[in-house]
Design a protein around this ligand. Structure first.
Ligand code: ARG
Length: 594
């Protein structure tokens, strides 16, 4: 049992015995003892004064004395005003330590029976993934793992926007300027090839607009009347009519993009349980528009368009169906949400989408509520801020978007340089080195991004992220490799330890590590409630840091007392085990050596 729960339970017994009162758990507030006082945990006695009818000091004194006399676990106490500081006995810490050591599922909370869908990534198929998608993918993946650790069943889904004017633009440019180029013929990754076509389209388009405006046309008219834009719109119409040629090209180019995305996802170590395609879902929601009209919460205008008036809720009037009967972005989301909740009986649906869509998700939730869906409250928009590089903001029009594949390659090279400089891996096989560079580069990237609160705009600095010291992924990876190296050396000497030996006196530093290890399941719960894997990242860092301080002044392999040596080896294994579990939630592997 964790220390705070233990104190609550025993203090209840003390109050019952001393003051003949049966108080609820909520009357017992336990906190970690502040550094300047002696003790491990502190019971706040103010809420008990009505019952004890004694002064704060006398109440603390009485409970402390009772706990010391009636439990083996409380070894000492002192009172400071209304605070009863309690010190646990060595046997208590050994018991807690043993239970952590023997629990292979440590930190996995019991099953809740709840199903949560997490939608993330959701790219458009006209260009490759960029740095913003990386933050999205890492958040989506880690929050999914975190919710699994909280005992929920999680479904990870992707919604690929494979249809619309954007992909038609790429298709058109490919026909005009592509010269029949394919990923095979050019050696280009499919998503990059299609992305290049998109850029090519924009160049053609811009030229046309410039020509029209220099001929005296207004910018607005020129943008509408540029021939290439008209052609793209005609193409979209043909697509909607099922024109075999257009649909054929669409399928071909999208398949290139999917091959490209698949590679980037694999490189990032990310997968989905189901992928939805907008071409198959974009008509969903039209039935809900009718439902809203019937309920009188939507209104149809003279031109046939349908709107939902949200002004009374402090928002805008929202278009749901255009005059020509085609749907808009939100229409599809309304229908998709309904479909997903009914198909999977979801208890919660999380959408990992950038903060530029905060308004969209606010409106989505509100309209679903107005439509009478009680589950609308179970929608959560996990909104995140922009990522920037030291060189500045990303602007797609200026071509300063940081490509995901380029960044992964750059990270790999940086990890390689840093490891080579340290020179500790010279006797490693090339394949093992390659694997290590990959593990380190991903660890650096993932940790650096996930440790930041999702809501915050962040600066990603590749060099800083790969530092082996400081609050970085490689620092935690290095700590793990260090522990593994000690355990290997011990086993080479024929020493292995899996159980905590009895009768070992733990040092204060060991107790601190055990306390920190014991906090892990609570951090899983806290992070889960807040939808924040950053809680786990920062916990892992604290644990690694505390371990390094411990190891700095505690001999392990040189310890001559066999029991102490064994005890320390078990402690090292526990730290390694918890680091692996915590970092697994973040999608980060910990190397055995580095
Ligand atoms: N494809 C969209 C974009 O790139 C994001 C979709 C987010 N998901 C959703 N269900 N609306 O902006």
């Amino acid at each position: 049992m964790s220390p705070d729960k233990f104190i609550v339970e025993k203090a209840k017994s003390a109050v019952a015995a001393l003051f003949s009162a049966d108080l609820p758990d909520s009357s017992f507030q336990v906190q970690v003892t502040r550094k300047e006082f002696e003790g491990d945990y502190t019971l706040v006695v103010f809420p008990l004064l009505k019952t004890s009818k004694l002064s704060p000091e006398a109440t603390g004194q009485a409970i402390g004395e009772w706990l010391k006399a009636n439990t083996d676990q409380i070894a000492g106490y002192n009172t400071v005003k209304g605070f009863l500081n309690l010190s646990f006995s060595n046997s208590y810490w050994s018991g807690l330590f043993s239970s952590i050591a023997s629990d292979s599922n440590f930190g996995q909370l019991p099953s809740t029976g709840k199903t949560i869908m997490v939608e993330f990534s959701s790219p458009n198929t006209n260009k490759p993934l960029h740095l913003g998608h990386i933050r999205n993918n890492l958040l989506g993946w880690s929050v999914s793992k975190l919710l699994e650790a909280n005992g929920h069943k999680v479904m990870k889904v992707n919604l690929v926007n494979d249809r619309g004017i954007h992909i038609c633009k790429s298709m058109l440019a490919w026909l005009k300027t592509g010269n029949g180029e394919t990923p095979e013929s050019s050696g280009k990754k499919g998503d990059h090839l299609v992305g290049d076509c998109y850029v090519a389209f924009n160049n053609i388009y811009k030229k046309e607009v410039d020509e029209l405006t220099s001929g005296g046309m207004s910018k607005e008219d020129a943008e509408k009347n540029a021939p290439s834009m008209k052609e793209a719109q005609e193409m979209l119409l043909k697509w909607e009519q099922g024109d075999p040629e257009v649909v054929g090209l669409w399928k071909k180019m999208n398949s290139w993009v999917y091959d490209g995305f698949a590679k980037t996802y694999a490189d990032l170590g990310i997968s989905f349980d189901r992928t939805y395609y907008e071409s198959q879902t974009y008509l969903l929601g039209k039935a809900l528009v009718q439902k809203g009209l019937d309920m009188g919460i939507f209104e149809r205008e003279a031109d046939g368009s349908v709107w939902c008036d949200l002004t009374a809720d402090g928002l805008d009037r929202k278009l749901l169906l255009r005059g020509d009967g085609t749907s808009v972005y939100i229409t599809q989301d309304l229908g998709t949400a309904e479909q997903r909740f009914s198909e999977y009986s979801l208890d919660e649906h999380i959408y990992v989408v950038g903060n530029e869509q905060n308004y969209h998700f606010q409106v989505l939730k509100l309209i679903l509520k107005k439509l009478g869906f009680t589950w609308a409250d179970s929608i959560y928009h996990l909104s995140y801020g922009m990522v920037e590089l030291p060189e500045g903001k990303m602007k797609s029009r200026e071509g300063t978007v940081v490509d995901a594949d380029d960044l992964l390659e750059k990270m790999y090279n940086t990890a390689k340089e840093t490891s080579m400089e340290l020179g500790k891996i010279d006797n490693m096989e090339p394949a093992e080195q390659d694997e290590l560079f990959r593990t380190l580069s991903l660890g650096a990237l993932k940790y650096f991004i996930i440790k930041v609160d999702p809501k915050k705009t962040m600066l990603f600095d590749p060099k800083e992220s790969i530092d082996f010291n400081g609050n970085t992924g490689p620092f935690i990876q290095y700590t793990h490799a260090r522990i593994k190296s000690i355990l290997r050396k011990a086993s080479e000497k024929g020493i292995s330890a899996s159980e905590v030996p009895s009768g070992v006196e733990l040092s204060p530093k060991e107790v601190r590590l055990i306390k920190l290890l014991d906090m892990y399941p609570g951090k899983v719960a806290e992070g889960g409630l807040a939808h924040s894997p950053a809680v786990i990242a920062n916990y892992a860092y604290d644990l690694a840091k505390e371990f390094n301080q411990y190891y700095h002044d505690t001999p392990v392999l040189k310890e001559e007392n066999q029991k102490l040596l064994q005890c320390r080896l078990v402690l090292l294994s526990c730290v390694a085990k918890v680091l692996v579990k915590a970092m697994d939630i973040l999608g980060i592997k910990l190397p055995e050596r580095m």
